[in-house]
Design a protein around this ligand. Structure first.
Ligand code: FES
Length: 305
């Protein structure tokens, strides 16, 4: 019998998900991943009291958004400029000036690659399993591409323009492949996306729990289908979203440390009074709700729609 839907569009074949699934299954990548993570932990430990400041700068906590995606556009754009100038230099006329310009653009790409790599590994060290494996391949492709750009720059400086053009073109192919993996980490796995979930919306106070139930431990309650976590500290009650904005850790497993709410997974810290990020890897604020006690009940107020 004919399928009643068969006249609709046929699915578009897509190899991307199969490649990502294959990479995500490569458990042998875990060993080099842990080695790299330990090396990064050691490097950050050597920063001493500046560790949090440097970490926040590289994560993009100060920006309210991951810094890595913004910085990757520098090397990508600069190498694209190099390739366009290389193509134009094949035309008769102005090859010498274009050679200078393309080498300069490639130098910009090399400097930009350092920033992109530093922010990338800082974000990557907190990923897990599938994302971590794909992220490692993403970083390895970028490292090889950067090596090709460096060799291309050197060849151009020595006058070997054709060879320099070939290696930068090859490197750009790797950069594009790596960009695809980076995009999959963001759009597919949600790395770098605010994972705190739905907000409690509304313009009224909602009773959520008898005040006597707050016993010093975090309590998760569902209000209109939205998870809210309540903490009691120093006689104050704090109401926040149930998921950490970084990778969605349950904040009901978190704790209060010297006026800061601490995420249980990677140690992001949020201000008790506002939910603002005090220390990454989170870059987005933790949802934070007004709270009061009335007639023996804890009441939470939604945020405006
Ligand atoms: S889930 Fe990573 S800091 Fe909270």
């Amino acid at each position: 019998m004919a399928n009643r839907w068969q006249h609709f569009e046929t699915p578009i074949p897509s190899t991307g998900p199969a490649v990502l699934a294959t990479l995500g299954r490569q458990a042998w990548l875990d060993r080099p991943s842990y080695r790299l993570e330990h090396a990064l932990t050691f490097v950050f430990a050597t920063l001493g009291r500046n560790r949090d400041r440097v970490g926040n700068a590289l994560h993009g906590t100060w920006l309210g958004h991951p810094l890595h995606p913004a910085l990757t556009s520098v090397p990508t754009g600069a190498v694209a400029t190099t390739l366009v100038m290389d193509a134009a230099s094949m035309l008769p006329g102005s090859a010498a000036r274009l050679h200078d310009g393309s080498r300069f653009a490639l130098g910009v790409a090399l400097v930009g690659s350092v920033g992109a790599a530093a922010t990338g590994v800082t974000d990557w060290q907190h990923t897990h399993e599938r994302s971590r494996r794909i992220g490692l391949v993403h970083g390895a492709l970028n490292a090889i591409a950067t090596g090709l750009y460096a060799s291309s720059w050197w060849d151009r400086r020595r006058g070997r323009h054709r060879r320099g053009m070939a290696s930068s073109a090859l490197g750009y192919g790797l950069t594009l492949a790596s960009g695809y993996l980076g995009g999959a980490l963001v759009f597919g796995a949600g790395t770098g996306v605010d994972r705190s979930g739905a907000r409690l919306l509304g313009d009224r106070w909602m009773p959520v729990l008898p005040a006597t139930a707050l016993d010093g431990r975090p309590h998760r309650v569902a209000v209109n289908g939205v998870g809210v976590v309540l903490y009691r500290t120093d006689g104050q009650v704090i109401a926040v979203g149930e998921r950490c904005p970084h990778l969605g850790a349950p904040m009901s497993d978190g704790w209060i440390d010297r006026g800061r709410i601490v995420c249980p997974w990677h140690g992001s810290r949020f201000a008790c009074g506002s939910g603002d990020v005090l220390r990454g890897p989170a870059t987005a604020a933790l949802p934070h709700y007004p709270v009061r006690i009335r007639d023996g009940f804890v009441e939470v107020h939604g945020v405006p729609k």
